[in-house]
Design a protein around this ligand. Structure first.
Ligand code: SF4
Length: 459
């Protein structure tokens, strides 16, 4: 099909059901007819662009470039692209990222279909049952167009192109990556200190209850698809939607990134599950992680450093854990110290784990991710951060860091020195009477305790 075909956007006429009750449906291998994108193929994307009125010649138009669902044998994994163009007098370019992120929800509304991730990482599956019912790519395009228009009634014209032909996916992908990076560059130079409002997103609460993304100019969302500017545009045009403004309020800790406003937002939108959030650390009041984060940071206690694995890396990190295992520790909207979902753009930020030592604390990255973000890595550290090509376990990691004089080694030395300098402390006996109640709370502040054993007795 080379031309756009005008479509009837009535979802009731489709061969499969569409509705929010199908969100969260997983299509497992034995039930799958076709896999679109995902970790096994290099090129996949979803992109929405705002265009001029006359650019959309066929409103509600659909075009397929490549083979359709019935033409496959079943069991294949194919490159895949989703390209949607929208026009509306009130539609701002800053909304592209927000529209795009909704594709995830819309495709998951299709019975028998699954959609994971975003941008250049999308991963969809079509079930055998859908194939039997006669699902075609045109129907998927109709769902995307229909639900986009329904959720954003100010979209006046729309058209959708789905691409399955590998060479065309590669061509479109190249352009899509340029658009993503131009979008990400828009917040460059903006500082968290210079604005008085952050923005929040709760879009992922459908599968990660309690999760709240706090998005600042210097801290992109976990999924990497929604920047501060995107969230601001969305909150303005759709005040009842998943994005909302967060007045920063009073700064409680500038280093860790704690404000009264972001705390209040987390309390409210997590329904009281969490009380505080720190934006620049993974060791205290950690930002919640949903499940669609682009990468995950994890603490490696054996070297007191931080490693990061992105979702495209299939191997194991030096502690033997894979992305899926690490993601399971933090996903689902939890606040787990030592684990943190990370949007790729955050690596380039001045605030990247700044309270934890930033890049000086980074001790391991997968080689593909390291290459991808090489411009974010301080040049003096480029050779000091190993990948799976350099080390395979914690002993090798430790030796590598020592040999390359990674800044973390200084941290080890300082910790060692501190230990040695400790003089033997006299025993301290606290002669505090126990009150005659059923329990006693002992609060020790600013104290370091090294103890073989401790005994608390009621006399
Ligand atoms: S990861 Fe955060 S910003 Fe992205 S869709 Fe989920 S809640 Fe929204």
């Amino acid at each position: 099909m080379n031309e756009f075909k005008n479509c009837d956007l009535d979802l009731k006429k489709l061969p499969v059901d569409v509705g929010p009750s199908y969100e969260g449906e997983r299509i497992r291998g034995p039930d799958m007819f076709l896999e679109l994108g995902g970790p096994k193929v290099k090129f996949k994307f979803e992109l929405i662009r705002v265009v001029g009125k006359d650019d959309i010649t066929v409103n509600n138009g659909f075009k397929l470039i490549g083979k359709d669902i019935p033409e496959y044998n079943g069991g294949e994994t194919i490159p895949f692209g989703i390209f949607v163009e929208v026009y509306g007098e009130k539609v701002e370019v800053d909304l592209e990222g927000i529209f795009e992120r909704k594709i995830h929800d819309f495709i998951n509304n299709i019975q028998g279909m699954m959609h994971l991730n975003q941008r250049y990482d999308i991963w969809c599956r079509i079930s055998k049952a859908d194939k039997e019912k006669g699902l075609k790519f045109e129907h998927i395009g109709i769902v995307i167009m229909s639900l986009l228009k329904k959720h954003f009634p100010f979209i006046e014209k729309i058209r959708c192109t789905l691409i399955t032909n590998e060479q065309d996916v590669i061509e479109f992908h190249k352009k899509a990556v340029e658009v993503y990076s131009a979008r990400d560059m828009k917040t460059k130079g903006m500082k968290d200190e210079d604005i008085d409002t952050f923005y929040g997103c709760t879009l992922c609460q459908s599968f990660a209850p309690g999760h709240v993304c706090i998005i600042s100019p210097e801290r992109i969302s976990l999924c990497g698809a929604i920047s501060w500017l995107d969230a601001r545009a969305a909150a303005k045009i759709d005040p009842e939607g998943a994005n909302f403004p967060i007045p920063k309020g009073e700064c409680l800790d500038a280093v860790k990134g704690i404000w009264t406003g972001s705390n209040a937002a987390v309390q409210k939108y997590s329904n009281g599950k969490f009380q505080q959030v720190a934006l620049y650390t993974m060791f205290e009041s950690v930002h919640t992680s949903c499940g669609c984060f682009e990468s995950i940071g994890f603490y490696i206690p054996e070297v007191d450093g931080i490693g990061v694995v992105d979702r495209n890396f299939n191997g194991a990190s030096p502690n033997g854990m894979k992305f899926s295992q690490l993601a399971a520790q933090a996903g689902g909207g939890q606040q787990i110290e030592g684990f943190l979902g990370i949007g790729i753009q955050w690596f380039y930020s001045r605030k990247f784990l700044s309270a934890d030592g930033g890049w000086n604390r980074m001790v391991w990255l997968p080689s593909t991710l390291k290459e991808r973000i090489k411009e974010a890595i301080p040049p003096e550290l480029a050779d000091k951060i190993p990948t799976e090509k350099d080390v395979h376990n914690l002993d090798e990691l430790k030796n590598f860091l020592k040999e390359k004089e990674h800044p973390i080694v200084k941290r080890w030395e300082e910790a060692e020195k501190e230990k040695e300098e400790e003089t033997e402390l006299p025993d301290i006996f606290l002669d505090v009477p126990f009150p005659s109640v059923s329990y006693t709370k002992i609060l020790l502040k600013d104290v370091r305790i090294d103890a073989e054993s401790a005994v608390v007795k009621k006399r």
